[in-house]
Design a protein around this ligand. Structure first.
Ligand SMILES: [Zn+2]
Length: 136
């Protein structure tokens, strides 16, 4: 289902590839060719060794709930109709963290450390966002 009239991310030159990957159903993360660390969110330099020799690799798209919060009320914005919704920090199997939403679960069914996998949701304005669902 398409979502309408919500703000969408504004891609920067160093995040453009990430958003292009989402559009193709690929969760892309960066990897430093110098120290081999995975990097998320997209950066121009490795935060570990400061090398700018980075490559894009496809994440397995699986991980676990590292932390989460449930939004039960919200100021009247484009997100007000979504409450309650789950905002979560996901720890990908590659070891990096990213913030997203957990969808297709009731808030009371979510726990830290539950396994999740990425699902790509098309929004308005031809944009695709990575969200996560609990793997049963
Ligand atoms: Zn590095």
């Amino acid at each position: 289902m398409k979502e309408h009239s919500k703000p969408i991310p504004q891609p920067m030159p160093w995040t453009k590839r990430f958003w292009e990957g989402c559009k193709k159903g690929e969760l892309l993360i960066q990897k430093c060719k110098h120290c081999n660390k995975f990097i998320m969110y997209p950066k121009l330099f490795c935060p570990n060794c400061l090398s700018n020799d980075l490559e894009w690799v496809r994440s397995k798209g699986t991980g676990k709930v590292y932390s989460y919060s449930v939004v039960y009320s919200y100021a009247p914005t484009e997100f007000a109709d979504d409450v309650p919704y789950i905002v979560a920090v996901i720890e990908l199997d590659e070891g990096v963290h990213m913030m997203s939403n957990i969808i297709e679960s009731k808030p009371e069914d979510v726990r830290c450390d539950l396994p999740v996998e990425v699902v790509f949701k098309e929004t308005n304005q031809d944009f695709v966002l990575p969200k996560f669902k609990i793997i049963r």
